[in-house]
Design a protein. Sequence first.
Length: 457
Amino acid sequence: MTVAVVLFTSDLRVHDHPPLRAALRAADEVVPLFVLDPAVHAAGFDAPNRRAFLADCLSDLDASLRRRGGLLVLRTGPVAREVVQVTTECRADEVHMAAGVTRFAHRREELLRKQLATSGVQLVVHDTVVTAVAPGSVVPAGSDHFAVFTPYFRRWCDVPLRAPEAAPRQVPVPNDLHSESLPGRSTEPSVSPGLPAGGESEGRRRLTSWSRGNLAAYEDRHDDLAGDATSRLSPYLHFGALSPVEVVQRARARGGPGAEAFVRQLCWRDFHYQVMAARPQSSVRDYRTRDDDWRSEEEAAEEIAAWKEGRTGYPMVDAAMRQLTYEGWMHNRARLLVASFLTKTLYIDWRIGARHFLDLLVDGDVVNNQLNWQWVAGTGTDTRPHRVLNPVIQGKRFDPQGAYVRRWVPELQEVAARSIHEPWRLPEFERTRLDYPEPLISLADGLARFKHARSRG
């Protein structure tokens, strides 16, 4: 009786799962394994919102496997040690897992391969599990990755995607294999009140519902903050509860401008993965340094606190930051805006903002989070590094009636649409009735500070 282990990481699903399918083809029995690795906590990526969502994903994955005659084996400890222990217990010949792109994933794979080799177990790593197109498979002449999105997108669109694989009907698992109890969301403290439910079942339900109701209008409505018409699928893609290959294929099958615009956004995910795969140090260092002399955390402590708490005095910024705190998620247009405000108006290091996002975002992805922050800060792949997003102009354009602001900043509930993005322009007697702060800094002063700092750099 041959046995193979499937190590689940950021691919918590049974539909379109190449490692699981390959293991089932290679062996009589498989061991679906997830390891709770203390190194994730030590690295600072083990945030409460993502732990709660992960608990949902693991529970749903276990239920899906049990319906197919299997179960999810859970262990806690260093990944390499626990995987080797499981392979010894079940006498496995192979371990199958998805490829990663971060420095953490590369170290994990290297250590795992080395330790498995000592016991004669083969490690098989599969591409296109967490991305639609494998990082490094599309490269320009003379470079190991595309540094600009548009030419990458053109080439990416020409790559034929593999066909999604159906979920297996049966997952035979060896008897008497010890598993720890699965974690539960209820045991997690400090979880955002509006955090969505996790798991593949919920992700697939949301994908189907949103595709039928909102995909066609995505091109016109994806920046509509009040309309909340985006897919909200990013947490499910981050945890691999949805397959990016399948999501792209389903969108293309529907077709139309909305689907094309949505697929373009999915391509941004793959674009950032291929950048990070080629430049893993960009998770902590400038991809393209501008020699910024950012204001220190100590120097800007009060402004950083106001930004985090949603009391900067700029309604669009404050609404977005309060949405993040309550839901553990933020609209993409709002993410760009608050990142621009922190880095370009307050001139504070992008790493401080990126760290706060990773503390709260349920879709907090080291790859996309860090590189999106760098794009806005002007140290990343943006071809216009001095781009500044004005929160007043952005508010008037993408929340013209102020519905998004009123949803998250109830202090401004009674302010008319014409004034809601600039409450400081209200007559003094009206302002004094609002329990809302004055702006931290004028936008003109912030822009002058940014330009002066950049010119010195």
